[in-house]
Design a protein around this ligand. Structure first.
Ligand code: MG
Length: 257
């Protein structure tokens, strides 16, 4: 059984929350979770992330119940590409919205299998056996600079251009989405988040909070509070998914943001 909890917070500085999150049980027993962090002036980022949350689930239906993880990964890729076309077309037709876009990190999971798709710098982490592992690679300028050895990881954290993305949803007519099937078993947790968390709270602090007291909702609230305590200079959104065969899921479906 999968349990999910999520929260999105405007933070301490911004006047609009351009992050969106969605968790949704699928008809065939799988679960879908998405975090999208929108960008663009005139509140265009708000529209881009909302469109991603609307169009990606639609693009997944109908889904054959007997599809395996790899096939579901391909479906998720197609759904994200379709959402890209919708956002790009919307922005192209409206001058105020030119260049709007959004990050996306999405997971489609059962208790045996999970696939993750992402574009941009919203992240997925897996927590297993007291350890945390970042599963996604940021599509960002600073990550490129780190990979090519031009700056250190520490320098990247405070780099003035750390918000510049090399890939995003909606900014180009076609996109490249990273899709991966991950190892996923009972006892594991998956964390999806926008950079409002990962940019302000380091990985060990995130791990400490996830492993701390309380139920899934408490942990999500704890992570949001960590980001706010660290300045909250961006919208912050967190989804936690627990692969927990021994408990019944009781979380309602919903959206936040
Ligand atoms: Mg952000």
């Amino acid at each position: 059984m999968l349990k999910m909890a999520f929260l999105s917070d405007i933070g301490r500085v911004r006047t609009v929350n351009e992050d969106r999150a969605l968790v949704q049980d699928q008809p065939d027993g799988w679960a879908l979770a998405i975090v999208a962090d929108g960008m663009g002036g005139h509140q265009a980022g708000d529209i881009a992330s909302a469109m991603a949350i609307e169009w990606i689930p639609q693009g997944l239906h109908p889904m054959d119940a007997d599809l395996n993880g790899e096939q579901r990964g391909q479906r998720l890729r197609s759904a994200i590409e379709k959402a890209n076309e919708k956002i790009f077309e919307y922005a192209s037709e409206r001058e105020n919205y030119h260049g709007m876009g959004t990050t996306v990190v999405a997971v489609l999971a059962s208790s045996e299998s999970a696939v993750i798709a992402h574009i941009g710098d919203s992240r997925a982490y897996r927590i297993r056996g007291g350890h945390i592992e970042q599963l996604t690679e940021d599509h960002s300028l600073v990550n490129e600079l780190v990979k090519s050895g031009q700056i250190s990881r520490e320098e990247a954290e405070h780099h003035p251009r750390r918000n510049v993305l090399t890939r995003a949803l909606g900014t180009e007519p076609t996109i490249e989405v990273d899709v991966q099937e991950i190892s996923w078993q009972s006892g594991d947790m998956l964390l999806l988040c926008s950079d409002g968390l990962s940019g302000l709270v380091d990985q060990q602090r995130i791990l400490h909070t996830v492993l701390g007291e309380g139920d899934l909702e408490d942990k999500v609230r704890g992570l949001i509070n960590e980001a706010l305590a660290a300045g909250g200079d961006d919208n912050v959104t967190v989804v936690l998914m627990a692969n927990d065969s021994w408990h019944r899921a009781s979380e309602p479906n919903g959206e936040a943001g």
